[in-house]
Ligand binder design. Structure first.
Ligand SMILES: Cc1cc2nc3c(=O)[nH]c(=O)nc-3n(C[C@H](O)[C@H](O)[C@H](O)COP(=O)(O)OP(=O)(O)OC[C@H]3O[C@@H](n4cnc5c(N)ncnc54)[C@H](O)[C@@H]3O)c2cc1C
Length: 395
């Protein structure tokens, strides 16, 4: 069946309306939202971007990122679930998985029987994943993995996680090359601990976890790309992940705008609706500018990603998609932070309370300036694209 963009948008809308009250309740109780997966299953959203031949809906990039923007209005925690499961979970399997790996994971992921995550970060390796110390050893038809991964979205609820490691014994070799694998979490030796919601500044309804791999077994067919190609897999996946963050941030801005419009037309001070005060209008104008600029950057990057996906051997299109998604992510994350801050200000004292949407957006969206490439790392990437590769601030 050909992909139906209107049907996907309608299903996303229905999911968002149903998830909102549940998310509000979970947020108030500061607990993981266990209804995201069943509701996403109900509306067939767990395979939105997975190709139809593997049981997904086969959405093109523009439709998929529009869906994530709509989901982003329900909050960064809900959108982060989809980014972890699809943009950085299923995407590398679709792109670099073996035939057997694709058949094993993608249909099950689309049906919601396998939840996915992406584990690159370690306690001592964040902005520079090359400093990781997870290792693997090939034994017969299997790889044996040891190491620790940290701050992994969906890590505590995932059935399979994309993990990265170096060959055992190579950590001191400056020329070592990492590999990427799909690791099943239901096995002895996989020890996971989720962060307590109160240990996080925001996103109490999202799962963030650390896990330890003690002699964990990965079948050879779960290798992504080829041995030694893991860094390319990680960086390629981040293009998809960054766009998902940018799209989610656009949704946050849209929701902040809706909240300030409604509130400022209703709330009266000094004898009139606060929307009539010029300084309040300045906040509204700036949120609208955050929205307009972010939207055009997200759509431009999504279009570049689609063109690159349609011509996978074109390096120039891949470079363009990579840069535009980094720019969109950097811009939209900062614009969403600005929009949420302004929404809190327009709502005044009420806006400061996490019982309302502006404060929740402010606390939740802050992480978008950190994960999938911090502001600083993205600025350096953008600057070196302008200056030339030989001016890269770090290698
Ligand atoms: C809620 C949450 C969810 C996450 N989900 C995932 C996930 O699903 N999968 C995953 O793999 N990771 C995930 N992460 C981890 C995230 O990607 C990292 O936190 C991020 O990459 C930054 O790494 P770090 O925290 O180690 O900071 P560091 O790398 O230690 O950076 C600290 C500061 O130094 C700056 N800095 C570092 N190097 C440079 C440089 N060369 N030049 C200038 N400034 C520099 C950084 O920009 C930052 O400001 C998540 C994090 C959070 C908080």
């Amino acid at each position: 069946m050909p992909f139906d963009a209107a049907k996907l948008a309608a299903d996303v809308e229905a999911f968002c309306q149903e998830v909102r009250p549940v998310e509000e309740l979970c947020y108030a109780e500061r607990k993981f939202n266990e209804q995201v997966v069943p509701l996403a299953k109900k509306y067939n959203l767990l395979g939105m971007s997975i190709p139809a031949e593997y049981g997904g809906r086969g959405a093109d990039n523009v439709s998929y990122f529009k869906a994530l923007a709509r989901i982003g209005r329900e909050g960064t925690p809900v959108r982060t679930f989809f980014s972890g499961h699809l943009s950085i979970g299923a995407y590398p399997i679709q792109t670099w998985g073996s035939d057997a790996g694709k058949k094993k994971y993608l249909p099950a992921a689309a049906r919601g029987e396998k939840i996915l995550a992406f584990g690159l970060t370690e306690p001592e390796a964040g902005s520079n994943p090359r400093e990781m110390s997870t290792t693997y050893e090939k034994k017969g038809n299997q790889y044996i993995l040891n190491g620790v991964k940290y701050l992994i979205s969906n890590g505590g609820v995932a059935d399979a996680i994309i993990v990265f490691g170096y060959p055992a014994g190579s950590l001191d070799d400056p020329k070592k090359r990492m590999s990427a694998f799909v690791l099943d979490t239901k096995q002895p030796g996989f020890e996971v601990e989720s962060f307590a919601p109160n240990a996080k500044m925001g996103m109490p309804t999202s799962n963030t976890a650390m896990f330890q791999l003690n002699e964990c077994i990965v079948p050879a067919e779960n290798l992504l790309a080829t041995e030694g190609d893991g860094f390319r897999v990680a960086m390629g996946t981040l293009v998809s992940g960054r766009l998902s963050v940018a799209a989610g941030c656009l949704g946050v801005i849209e929701d902040c705008l809706a909240e300030v419009i409604e509130y400022s037309k209703m709330r009266k001070q000094h004898g009139k609706e606060i929307a009539r005060h010029q300084l309040v209008q300045e906040h509204i104008a700036m949120i609208e500018m955050d929205r307009v600029a972010s939207e055009s950057m997200v759509l431009r990057a999504a279009d570049a990603k689609e063109k690159s996906a349609n011509s996978p051997n074109d390096k120039e299109l891949a470079r363009e998609a990579d840069l535009l998604s980094a720019q969109a992510k950097f811009f939209a994350a900062n614009a969403a932070w600005d929009a949420a801050d302004r929404a809190v200000q327009v709502w005044g004292g009420k806006g400061w309370s996490p019982l309302y949407r502006p404060a929740r957006h402010l606390m939740d969206v802050r992480v978008c300036r950190i994960y999938e490439g911090t502001d600083e790392i993205l600025k350096l990437k953008i600057a070196s694209a302008v200056l030339g590769k030989e001016w890269e601030a770090f290698k």
